[in-house]
Design a binder for this molecule. Structure first.
Ligand code: NAD
Ligand code: KPL
Length: 302
């Protein structure tokens, strides 16, 4: 059975290349016919691993292709997810399964509501890849957790990921994982943007980080995510040390003038707190400062 991968960006190409070289059929869905034409002219996608570039002639198509979709990896940004799914919803075969690779929270529920006929599997990944012109560079080994909040039975196609050497694990608590990652991102990424520093630079702002962790842990517990709240501050400090030399993904987006996923990270945290009538003054102030910063830099604040 063929996989469809929607989004020929960093993670989409990384998955498509590994599935293809394991002999698994993949179709890459590109945004429009002009992108499809240039993709075909290039002879497929190019993945760079350990300095070695290799081309994979993965077949491409656009959303209006008539081929039914049974297994889809949604590999776009969180803010594009709903529109992207709406564009292919009519092609989903009965029993179709979707893997939602978006960071943060909010887009997965919105997508699932659009396609109630499909099984939506949520993913949280620590793999790292970036685009370098037309090529995609596999920059950091990592792991992907997959899970379905409505059905904890693992899908049979996990064998495809094993065959493809995609490090993964089925998680019975994928929402807990996504919340924990969201909390880490909320404690680190916005401050790294506002102080324009590498993650290690946050060691100079220990009180601010600690106050955010206290509020984020409170939010997680209020949402019933008690395990995700455990030792959050200690993990944030550990991640700051371990990634001290790196710029956070949000910092990289802002530095390169790209739209951020703020609405699905800090925006989602603040909106959820409001739904629970939970006052989180440090988190709200951080959100307001970040929105203002993005506006001042001409970037979308949603
Ligand atoms: P990306 O911007 O590199 O790729 C997204 C691709 O989707 C782009 O090529 C875009 O044109 C395409 N796209 C958007 N809407 C489309 C549509 N309607 N039809 C067809 N194509 C469409 O993004 P990415 O870095 O691969 O990130 C994807 C998600 O994975 C994000 O939520 C990100 O936070 C998360 N993530 C990324 C990494 C990483 O290292 N890149 C790591 C962990 C998590
Ligand atoms: O995931 C991250 C990111 O930069 O998006 C880390 C390294 C955990 C920092 O929040």
């Amino acid at each position: 059975m063929s996989w469809h991968v929607l989004g020929a960006g960093s993670l989409g190409c990384l998955w498509a290349a590994r599935l293809t070289r394991a002999g698994i059929a993949v179709q890459l869905i590109l945004r429009d016919s002009s992108r499809l034409a240039s993709y075909r002219r290039a002879g497929g996608l190019t993945l760079v691993e350990q300095g070695q570039a290799r081309r994979y002639p993965v077949p491409g198509q656009t959303a209006d292709d008539p081929q039914p979709i049974r297994r889809l990896l949604l590999a776009c940004k969180a803010y594009d997810a709903e529109t992207a799914i709406a564009g292919i919803a009519a092609r989903l075969a009965p029993g179709a399964e979707l893997v939602l690779l978006q960071n943060g929270l909010g887009s997965q529920a919105a997508v699932a509501a659009l396609v109630p006929q499909a099984r939506c599997i949520f993913a949280s990944s620590t793999e790292g890849a970036f685009r370098d012109g037309a090529r995609v560079v596999f920059a950091g080994q990592g792991h992907t957790w997959l899970g379905d909040p409505l059905d904890d039975r693992p899908p049979r196609w996990l064998v495809d990921l094993e065959r493809s050497g995609i490090p993964h694990q089925w998680s019975p608590d994928i929402l807990g994982r996504l919340w924990r990652k969201l909390a880490l991102n909320c404690a680190i990424n916005p401050l790294s943007v506002l102080y324009d520093c590498r993650n290690g630079g946050l060691s100079d702002h220990p009180e601010e980080v600690a106050a955010l962790c206290t509020e984020l842990a409170q939010l997680l517990r209020t949402c019933g995510q008690t395990a995700a709240a455990l030792d959050l501050h200690a993990e944030v400090q550990r991640v700051i040390q371990a990634t001290a030399a790196n710029y956070s993904s949000m910092h990289q987006d802002v530095a390169q003038g790209r739209r951020t996923e703020i609405a699905y990270l800090l925006g989602h945290a603040c909106a959820t707190a409001q739904q629970h009538r939970l006052a989180l003054p440090h988190l709200e102030a951080l959100h307001a400062r970040l929105l203002e910063y993005l506006r001042a830099h001409g970037l979308p604040s949603h």
